[in-house]
Design a protein around this ligand. Sequence first.
Ligand code: C2E
Ligand code: MG
Ligand code: MG
Length: 694
Amino acid sequence: MSNKELLLVVDDEEMNRQLLSRRLERCGFQVEVAAGGAEALTKVGSTSYDLILLDQMMPGKSGSEVLREVRDKYSASELPVIMVTAVTESGRVAEALDQGANDYITKPIDFTVALARIRAQLSRKQNEAARRESQELYEIAARAANCGLWDWDLVSNRIFYSPRWKQMMGMPEGDAAGSPEDWFAKVHADDLSCLRRSMDAHLREEAPLFEAEYRIRHSDGHYRWMVARGLAVRDERGTPVRMAGSQSDVTEAKTVDMLTKLPNRLLFEERLGAAVERCRRDSNYVFAICFLDLDRFKLVNDTLGHTGGDQLLIQFAERLRRVVGSSGVVARLGGDEFALCIEGVATPNMASALGERLVRTFRPPYVLEGQEFFSSASAGIVLSRPSYANAAEMIRDADVAMYAAKMRGRARWAIFDEPMRERATTRLELERDLRMALSKGQFVIHYQPRVDLDTDQILGFEALLRWKHPQRGVIKPDEFITLAEESGAIRDIGLWVLAEACDQMQKWRQQFPSLTDLDVSVNVSPVQFRDPAFVAQLQQILTETGLEPARLQIEVTESLLFENLEEARKMLFALKEIGVGLKLDDFATGYSCLRYLSRLPFDAIKIDRSFTRELGDSNPESKELIRTILSMAQNLGLGVIAEGIENRLAAEYLRNQGCRYGQGFFYSPPVPSKDVTEMLAAPGRSRNGEKSGS
Ligand code: C2E
Ligand code: MG
Ligand code: MG
């Protein structure tokens, strides 16, 4: 078969047909002829022509009638028709064009003009076919990419939507053409202006591409997240006449956390918004939300690497899911932050029960990369109330409650109340000030003597940090150490304390050469302790100050051992290697891991002041516990220091039980270094003076 274009010439006059077809054939076309309207229609029914030249005036079926029937079956782009009319029939020409003729030529025929018009129609038809083909291809590609297509004729303001576009929103596929309202009326009110702005920017040529992300209502009533992209087509003057593009459903990527497969912050906020709304209308509808944050998650990442951190998050999410069950939503807000929304939690008592249950759930160790690992989390709980205007208000309070929980120490929970917010504001201000405190020289160290309970001799000092805040006065470490740990500022602050305390101790040793055994204890936060550079930094401080390692004691708390025992053990041995002393602080306040103690190189334990304080009240439990600790320590060959001795009664009891060392207000509160210098210069004064307060 030839690939010549096939034309049909319809004319009732034999000569016209002959002339025209011969000349057209000479120009490379293949031509068939029909002598009248009826014959023409039969031929069109059985053969596929590329173009028809149709005489307007014919006996029987007129050109106009033939045209109408052709157009019933074929569109103007599928089968172009050029009308052939007499010059005098301009009214007919208009009518024919109106009925769907593509063009016209007048009799007597100017062949050059006729040929140009035929070629123009054929090439337009070809372009159209190519466009359709590429559109089909694009449609296939788009379907593979799971996106819908739209094609907007800006002149007629009609949009063609692809079947997939409609399907994505649960619309019946039906008619492909539609109005822009099919689209914009369904877009979430909060997203519409952004969508329009992006579109306008592209139409005004301010943006190379139209691109927008928005929610759109599916016919099931839920909003889905979509991304639309499009490009405008402009005429010669640059006026946009058409815009076309795609829309894809990104709901899953937008609302599901990929690591834990939990709903993400966006979805949580959406659900919470709906719950708050419902609570405003229906006073019987109650719920609570809870924000959770893994304590010191950064450390996990630092020690176990990101895979370990990821594992912890996944296991944590699993535990949360088990607690909540089907009564609520568990979401990952990002990083190590999670949130719950639980229905039916109506009273502070119920909220407390929830808090307890959560904290208990986090207690057992996690197995990460084959190692047991302890990790706790803090929880802030907020109860719903009809006065919450929106999700954001409730989230803000949950943040405050979680912050309060963290400030109470690790593995704690807190229920939001109004005064809490004010305290949180104060905290935030402190946090801000804390960042500058070191460089502004606002820290000082006070020293509290440690004495021999038998002789009242001063054996050494514990360095205790004080922050001289320009507005708030002296702030105790309990109020800012946690803040400094959270921000990491504790590393620099801690190094400063070590350097300052070592330097001071070295000065005292030079000033009082007879006191050869005097030492200084410095508290080290787990955050510092975990820093791989810590040992080297400590070594350097000792070298620079010239203090013998044995004259420095490092105090760490039990909590350190629970996060990662193996790593803590390595670190403790590395410090032991240097020759510094090691004390386990606040003993018996935490989980009391006696069975680990024998494997660790501690020199002494410090009994927490909460036990010592109760001795005066003749609390039998504390007495029993202290006896147990003393005998256990003896078996393990550990020294024991009792903290917080406030009166003679406690001092005597401890001494009688065989406790050799102690510190407390009864002997001396923590005091500035110049007071220590005086104390050392005149021994016997003020070690057991009945002074108090610090
Ligand atoms: P800690 O190491 O257990 O220190 C003992 C705390 O008990 C000190 O509180 C001290 O002032 C207080 N104390 C001493 N004798 C008595 C007494 O007879 N009765 C009562 N009720 N309290 C007494 P302080 O100075 O407020 O420090 C609190 C905690 O802050 C310390 O507990 C320690 O864990 C931490 N800390 C202090 N300085 C530093 C530091 O430089 N770095 C780090 N990381 N933590 C520090
Ligand atoms: Mg201490
Ligand atoms: Mg202590």
